[in-house]
Ligand binder design. Structure first.
Ligand code: UFG
Length: 344
């Protein structure tokens, strides 16, 4: 089996994908600089799969160090590129850091691909490229809207860079995966999301409120034009999401693409409101969430969920896990983190 280079492989989605790749039989080399993760994640991965992935602590902004990884591992057959800054609000405060990190990393990887003859590239993109969609569910053909944050813009620009880079490099093969809202953790509770500081995202905020780290959840708006007034998203289990990456890597390596540049939506195809998530969490865990309704959060869209037909057909993949199982996995992970902290 081919060796797959996973950048950002100790991050949230990256670590779950490494597990699924290893379990599918791939050799994995991780590059990470721990800017939003830590070394212990490698132990978590190994305790699930029984095998520690190969690992290089490299900052992809460093071109020479990036090339060094390709020299050390000449068998790399494909790259999964997760490594990026990802906080919407922070990107408004530090736009240049976002452009520098997210774009330079991509450029250095593409240069390395050319130099070392690696042709297969899987890119971690986002449904944020659709903005507030005109039609639901959102298909891959929906127009890309002007990004509402520098973070979102880095995803759009990255997709454009990839397409432009393919023109003089017709041997390149690229798949962009546009994630909807990844949530949950591995069922073993050995890896999961590690938010730094106050979580921006709904589910980590809910689990931290449930465990007592946060006093209460702010529900950002109940005056949207939705059945219960709260905003609607397509929440996908991170393990389901990770498995889609294994399918996409197989498609690249087996030469099964219909065109050298492809885009797939990864979601469940079903939208859930903030209140529905709160209630499902309470039901499955038996823990009540204190919340209050506040103003809408700037930049939030009202509702978005995926048309997953293309991914279902072409990747032969489908999100399988139910929302309650997913929320329970997030809760088990929060409890694991809490127990670890308590025992020092
Ligand atoms: N929400 C709350 N309270 C919170 C956190 C979130 O009510 O404390 C609500 C949001 O307003 C939104 C929903 O919960 O309606 C989901 O919010 P998240 O922050 O979890 O996710 P987003 O849909 O806002 O974020 C996603 C991706 C980003 C992407 C963004 C673009 O995680 O990568 O969409 O809008 F940039």
């Amino acid at each position: 089996m081919a060796t797959v280079l996973v950048t950002g492989g100790t991050g949230y989605i990256g670590s779950h994908t490494v597990v699924e790749l290893q379990e599918a039989g791939f050799e994995v080399v991780i590059i990470d600089n721990f800017s939003n993760s830590n070394r212990e994640v490698l132990d978590g991965i190994a305790s699930i799969t029984g095998k520690k992935p190969m690992f290089e602590e490299v900052d992809l902004r460093d071109r020479k160090a990036t090339y060094g990884v390709f020299e050390k591992y000449p068998g790399i057959g494909a790259i999964v590129h997760f490594a990026a800054f990802k906080a919407v609000g922070e990107s408004v405060e530090k736009p240049l850091a976002y452009y520098e990190n997210n774009l330079l990393s991509l450029i250095h990887l593409l240069e390395a691909m050319k130099r070392y003859g690696v042709n297969n590239f899987l890119f971690s993109s986002s449904c944020t490229v659709y903005g507030e969609p005109e039609q639901l569910p959102v298909t891959e053909d929906a127009p890309v809207k002007k990004a509402s944050s520098p973070y979102g813009n880095t995803k759009q620009i990255s997709e454009e860079i990839l397409q432009d880079a393919m023109v003089p490099n017709p041997e390149f093969r690229v798949i962009c995966l546009r994630y909807f809202n990844p949530i949950g953790a591995h069922p073993s509770a050995k890896i999961g999301e590690l938010p730094v500081g106050i979580p921006n995202n709904l589910v980590p905020f809910i689990t931290q409120t449930a465990i007592g780290i946060r006093d209460q959840l702010n529900v950002f708006g109940d005056d949207y034009n939705t059945p219960d007034g709260s905003a609607i998203r397509d929440y996908i289990n991170v393990v389901d999401l990770a498995r889609a990456h294994v399918a996409a890597i197989g498609r690249l390596l087996d030469g099964k693409q219909r065109s050298p540049f492809e885009v797939f939506n990864l979601g469940t195809g079903k939208g859930l409101s903030v209140f529905e998530i709160i209630h499902a969490f309470e039901k499955v865990t038996g823990v009540k969430i204190r919340y209050r309704v506040t103003n809408r959060r700037e930049g939030d869209v009202e509702q978005v969920w995926a048309d997953t037909g293309l991914a279902n057909r072409e990747l032969d993949w489908k999100a399988e896990k139910h929302i309650e199982e997913t929320l329970l996995s997030a809760w088990n992970w929060e409890k694991f983190l809490h127990a670890k902290k308590s025992t020092g």
